[in-house]
Design a protein around this ligand. Structure first.
Ligand code: SF4
Length: 154
């Protein structure tokens, strides 16, 4: 998996103070996408084991208390990203007690395959669906267009 940006302290992409990771790779090609540069899976830089460990350490850092992590992109549930995203969310669940996990994906919850579902089973909130320009509404919170749904799963 590759990623574009990692923000160790972020107050914009989700509730509270968080870590945010923008991964590479998206097949949805939504017109008006705010993050076109992330579409290619080989764009950005490799997500290394050091990067994975840094996220775990940041979430456990008591000097700056984070509520959790936001995983966006690109699409964290792009099939090529799923194995590493799964390992990351499994580690957060076992090593970062009390932290929430929010995931943004262009897939719909009811069209996910088994591997993608394994990830979603471990997250707190999934915002699903493509961005639809005609349904764009700047008043919406945590989503860009009104077709997208904020699923509070746990
Ligand atoms: S799902 Fe998100 S990242 Fe992918 S094309 Fe649509 S708006 Fe862009």
């Amino acid at each position: 998996m590759n990623f574009h940006q990692y923000y160790p302290v972020d107050i914009v992409n989700g509730p509270g103070t968080r870590c945010t990771l923008f991964v590479s790779g998206c097949i949805h090609e939504c017109p008006g996408c705010y993050n076109k540069s992330t579409w290619r899976v080989n764009s950005g830089q490799p997500f290394t084991t050091e990067m994975e460990q840094r996220i775990i350490d940041d979430l456990n850092d008591t000097r700056v208390k984070r509520q959790g992590i936001s995983l966006s992109g690109g699409d964290p549930l792009h099939p090529q990203n799923v194995p590493e995203i799964l390992r990351l969310v499994q580690r957060i669940r076992t090593e970062c007690a009390g932290k929430d996990i929010w995931v943004w994906t262009g897939y719909k919850l009811d069209e996910l395959n088994d591997a993608q579902r394994e990830v979603v089973d471990l997250v707190n909130v999934l915002i699903d669906g493509k961005f639809v320009q005609d349904l764009k509404d700047p008043m919406l919170i945590w989503r860009g267009s009104s077709n997208q749904v904020v699923h509070h799963l746990r």
